[in-house]
Design a protein around this ligand. Structure first.
Ligand code: C2O
Ligand code: CU
Ligand code: CU
Length: 453
C-alpha cells in the first residue's frame, strides 16, 4: 500500500456555475467547477498535481494542512503566471515564477485527514477564493480505513461558504453584512472581512440532500473568507442533547470521539462528525443551522430522511493514538500578537507589529525543535500555520476549548484572547507562512514567515 505516484491535472479557468437555481454565475474554478475536484489520495503514495492557469491573473496553489516541501507549499509570491501571457503585473520578492503550468508534489507522508486546496496569491487570496478557487483534498490511511465509520455515499464532505450576488447573478466582492457593523470596535465593515448573505454547501445555495435513516459522516469545512459558524441539527433527535459525535478535526482522527450539541467552525477549520439519522422519522426534514447567522445566513442546508436502511457502521470508543506533545520538551516559547495597527497613514493587520513582507522572519526554529507559541488577539483571528499541525495547551488560564482537541492547523482565536499551542517543526527546512485565515486580514498583511533551519 505504499510507494507509487498518483498524478492529477487541474485547469484553472473561467466558467459558470449554477449556485442558485436557474442562474448561471461566472466563477473562477479549478477545472471550472465550484468547489474544485475532490482529490483522494492514500498515505504513502506521492501525489503530483499539475495545475494549468488559464485565468487572467497569476495564481498560487496551497494545500492547506499539507506537510510539504516549501517549493510545493504555495508560498504567496511563488506564482503560476497565466498561460495567456497577457499579464505584466509586478512580481513580488523572490517568487519562483512559472508560466502557464506548474506541478506540485505532495509526499502524502501524513495522517488521514480532510485537507483542502485554495489560492494563496499575495494580496489577492480573498478575492480569488471568493471567485471559486477552493477544493477538497482527502488523505486516507490504513488506520482510518479500518474504522467502521459510515462510508461511500454516507461519507459526506460539506464545503460551506458564504457569497453575495449582484442583480445579474454575478459574485459580489466585497459585500456588507448587517452583523459586521454591529461588531464592537469595528469601524469599517470591511475590517471584519468579507461576508456573504447566501450560504453555499458544495457550491449550491441552501441545498437539500436525501439521506437514508442511518449514520453519516459529515466532513465539515468552513471555506468562507471570514464567516464563523456554529452548526447544529434542527431539530435535535428526541432525547439526545449532544447528537454530533466528533471523530476528527483539522489534522485527522481524535484519540476518542467527543459529543457536542453544536460545532464551531472558523475560516479554514475542519470538524468531522458522525450523525445518526435513524433517530428521525422517515420523511422528516432536518436542517443544519448556523446559530451565529441571522435571517438567511442562519440556514445552511437540509437533510430529508428518505428510508430506513441497514447500518453496520459505528463509532468505536478508541479511534487513534495521539501522543500529547510535552511542554517540558519545548526548546523555546514565542509570543505572537495579532492586531490592527497604524502602518504609515493607513491601518493594517500585523503580527508583532510587522505587516507581511517576504523578508521579515518572525521565527526561525531549527528542524526538529518543539516550540510553544503564545498567540494573542485583539479581534477574532483564526490563526493558521503552514507545514505543521499543533496541539492546544490552553486558552488564557483555561484548558483547551471544546473544539481544540487532536491535531489542529487552524485555531479560532477570539477577541482579547490568548492561546498556547505547541508544535514540532519537522520534516522540511525552509520558509513558510503563518497567518490569520480571515482572508481579508491575510490580504491586509496579517501574515508572517517562519523559517525552519
Ligand atoms: Cu488555508 Cu495559508 O492557508
Ligand atoms: Cu495552509
Ligand atoms: Cu484576522
Amino acid at each position: 500500500t505504499t510507494g507509487g505516484t498518483d498524478t492529477y491535472d487541474i485547469t484553472q479557468r473561467r466558467s459558470t456555475a449554477e449556485i442558485i437555481d436557474g442562474v448561471r454565475t461566472p466563477i473562477w474554478g479549478y477545472d471550472g467547477i465550484l468547489p474544485g475536484p475532490t482529490l483522494v489520495t492514500r498515505r504513502g503514495r506521492r501525489t503530483v498535481v499539475r495545475h494549468r492557469n488559464e485565468l487572467p491573473v497569476p495564481t498560487v496553489v496551497h494545500l492547506h494542512g499539507g506537510h510539504n516541501a516549501p517549493r510545493h507549499d504555495g508560498y504567496p509570491t511563488d506564482q503560476i503566471l497565466p498561460t495567456s501571457g497577457a499579464h505584466h503585473g509586478p512580481h513580488h520578492g523572490d517568487g519562483d515564477l512559472s508560466r502557464g503550468t506548474r506541478s506540485y508534489t505532495y509526499d502524502t507522508d501524513q495522517r488521514a485527514a480532510t485537507l483542502w486546496y485554495h489560492d494563496h496569491r499575495m494580496d489577492f487570496t480573498g478575492p480569488s477564493v471568493w471567485r471559486g478557487l477552493a477544493g477538497l483534498h482527502l488523505i486516507t490511511d490504513d488506520e482510518e480505513r479500518a474504522l467502521p465509520f459510515p462510508d461511500g455515499d454516507r461519507d459526506l464532505p460539506l464545503v460551506i461558504m458564504d457569497r453575495s450576488f449582484d442583480q445579474d447573478g454575478g459574485l459580489r466582492y466585497p459585500s456588507v453584512d448587517a452583523d459586521l457593523t454591529a461588531t464592537p470596535g469595528v469601524t469599517s465593515p470591511y475590517e471584519a472581512g468579507v461576508l456573504g448573505d447566501v450560504i453555499l454547501v458544495n457550491g449550491t445555495a441552501w441545498p437539500y440532500r436525501e439521506v437514508d435513516a442511518v449514520r453519516h459522516r459529515l466532513r465539515l469545512l468552513n471555506a468562507s473568507n471570514a464567516r464563523r459558524y456554529r452548526l447544529r441539527l434542527d431539530p435535535a433527535p428526541d432525547g439526545v442533547d449532544e447528537p454530533l459525535v466528533q471523530v476528527a478535526s483539522d489534522g485527522g482522527l481524535l484519540a476518542r470521539p467527543l459529543t457536542h450539541p453544536y460545532v464551531d467552525l472558523a475560516s479554514a477549520e475542519r470538524q468531522e462528525v458522525v450523525v445518526d439519522f435513524s433517530r428521525y422519522r422517515v420523511g422528516q426534514r432536518v436542517r443544519l443551522v448556523n446559530d451565529f447567522g441571522e435571517g438567511p445566513t442562519r440556514q445552511v442546508m437540509e437533510f430529508r430522511i428518505a428510508r430506513r436502511a441497514k447500518d453496520e457502521s459505528h463509532v468505536p470508543s478508541e479511534l487513534s493514538v495521539i501522543e500529547p506533545l510535552d511542554a517540558g520538551r519545548a526548546v523555546r516559547e514565542r509570543d505572537m500578537v495579532f492586531r490592527s495597527e497604524a502602518i504609515g497613514d493607513r491601518h493594517g493587520w500585523t503580527i508583532n507589529g510587522e505587516p507581511f513582507s517576504v523578508d521579515h522572519i518572525h521565527a526561525a526554529p531549527r528542524l526538529g525543535d518543539t516550540e510553544i507559541w503564545n498567540l494573542y488577539a485583539d479581534f477574532h483571528h483564526p490563526i493558521h500555520l503552514h507545514l505543521v499541525h499543533f496541539q492546544v495547551l490552553g486558552r488564557g488560564t483555561k484548558k483547551p476549548g471544546r473544539f481544540d482537541h487532536g491535531w489542529k492547523d487552524t485555531l479560532d482565536l477570539r477577541p482579547t484572547e490568548q492561546a498556547r499551542i505547541i508544535t514540532r517543526f519537522d520534516g522540511h527546512r525552509g520558509k513558510y507562512v503563518f497567518h490569520c485565515h480571515n482572508l481579508e486580514h491575510e490580504d491586509m498583511m496579517m501574515m508572517g514567515n517562519f523559517e525552519v533551519r
